[in-house]
Unconditional design. Structure first.
Ligand code: GLU
Length: 387
């Protein structure tokens, strides 16, 4: 099966990153970042995101544009703003950006929520998990989370840096199966496409599939002269490298092409796809499901079955009804529902003897019983394959 079709078939959750230049007005002779927020483009993407949602796919948006929108409202015409000026722009622009998204999505009967993050939030495990839980809850409620960097309070040291990098982190945070970066260029070219073709020099070619981000690719990206976006191609390539190592493909496309979302979901060869075809996680899951021999079975109660199947959760001791077989920590086991039907496979964090003692117990009870050998999950979702 074609790579793109294969990816699309497995997509249940997607992160869409919208660059500032995609949702700005365009005015010849001026940088899009100086032209202000375009309500039409925001509306356009609200409609497109609704079509993705209608396919039963969760969508998390990472949107830039606060500084660009604020610039217009504060009437800052010059290009070289100071940091406090940019932060002031972000403060006024962010609320205007959200207001515009809110109105656009309202027309499509969708609610939106704002989440502003800084590196401090994502570097701290507790806050990272808090952000994750908030986003999960919003998605469960059918809300579209719209994420941006908390520009007005972050200084260089605690900045995530750019929204390409933020979108990659978010894709990993929410376990998305695809990151789409909407940019103002077609994708990654083998050489700078803005350089005029001279005699004897070949025209720049769009690279449609990159299976590994190596030094050569980073060099090509470094040379691509896209001065309009914060990071240009380099940050996009780095973002793709990150998601790929988590088993998530990244697609960099031209968001100014009005049909790009349809084309992506029709499996057309638009933009540059960054994907090795064998993500770490996928590989490992394949191995758990198909290579390892099952050493026993765990029977789950209804709540646990639903948590695993419908909410992508881990298996906790409380949801365990029955244990059979003799196995050790790290072995593969088969997961059964109450009727004995096989629902998946996973690697266990406890041996069969300990599981006999803790099955059905709440986390707090397991913690005091197991002491140092305590694990919250019997099978963590990263070690779990659902059939
Ligand atoms: N957070 C910035 C903004 O909303 C944009 C940063 C970026 O696009 O990388 O204006």
């Amino acid at each position: 099966m074609a790579v793109r079709e294969d990816i699309l078939q497995g997509v249940k959750r997607v992160v869409v990153k919208i660059g500032s230049s995609v949702i700005s007005n365009r005015d010849k002779g001026r940088s899009p970042l100086e032209c202000g927020l375009s309500r039409d483009w925001v509306r356009h993407y609200a409609r497109k995101i609704k079509t993705i949602r209608d396919r039963g796919i969760d969508v998390v948006l990472v949107s830039s544009g606060a500084i660009m929108a604020g610039r217009e409202r504060l009437e800052f015409a010059r290009a070289d703003l100071t940091v406090p000026e940019k932060q002031a722009c972000a403060a006024i622009g962010q609320s205007f950006l959200m207001h515009t998204y809110e109105k656009a999505f309202e027309k499509k009967e969708l609610k939106v929520a704002q989440i502003l993050l800084s590196h401090d939030d994502l570097g701290n495990r507790k806050r990272y998990l808090n952000a994750k839980h908030t986003i999960e809850t919003l998605l469960e409620k059918g809300v579209i989370p719209i994420i941006n960097e908390n520009d007005s309070v972050t200084v260089e040291e605690i900045k995530i840096g750019d929204n390409d990098s933020l979108s990659a982190t978010v894709a990993c945070l929410v376990d998305a199966q695809l990151l789409i970066i909407l940019s103002d260029v077609e994708g990654l070219y083998d050489r700078d496409p803005s350089v005029k073709v001279k005699a004897g020099v070949e025209k720049a070619q769009l690279l449609s599939h990159i299976s590994k981000v190596n030094e050569d690719i980073e060099k090509i990206a470094g040379k691509s002269n896209n001065h309009l976006t914060v990071g240009g191609m380099v940050t996009k390539v780095r973002a793709a490298k990150k998601t790929m190592s988590f088993g998530i493909p990244t697609l960099v496309v031209n968001g100014l092409d009005e049909k790009v979302i349809e084309n992506i979901f029709a499996g057309k060869e638009v933009g540059t796809l960054f994907w090795s075809g064998k993500g770490k996680i996928r590989d490992r899951k394949h191995w758990i499901a198909h290579t390892l021999k099952s050493a026993g079975t765990l029977t789950l109660d209804t709540g646990a079955r639903k948590a695993l199947l419908e909410r992508g959760k881990s298996l906790l001791p409380a949801g365990l009804l029955k244990v059979t077989g003799s196995f050790e920590f790290g072995n593969a086991v088969t997961l059964l529902d109450e009727l004995g039907k096989e629902i998946g496979r996973g690697l266990v964090n406890y041996n069969s003897r300990d599981l006999e003692n803790i099955k059905g117990l709440k986390t707090s009870a397991v913690r005091s019983l197991m002491g140092k050998s305590f694990y919250e999950e019997v099978v963590h979702r990263d070690d779990l394959v659902i059939f």
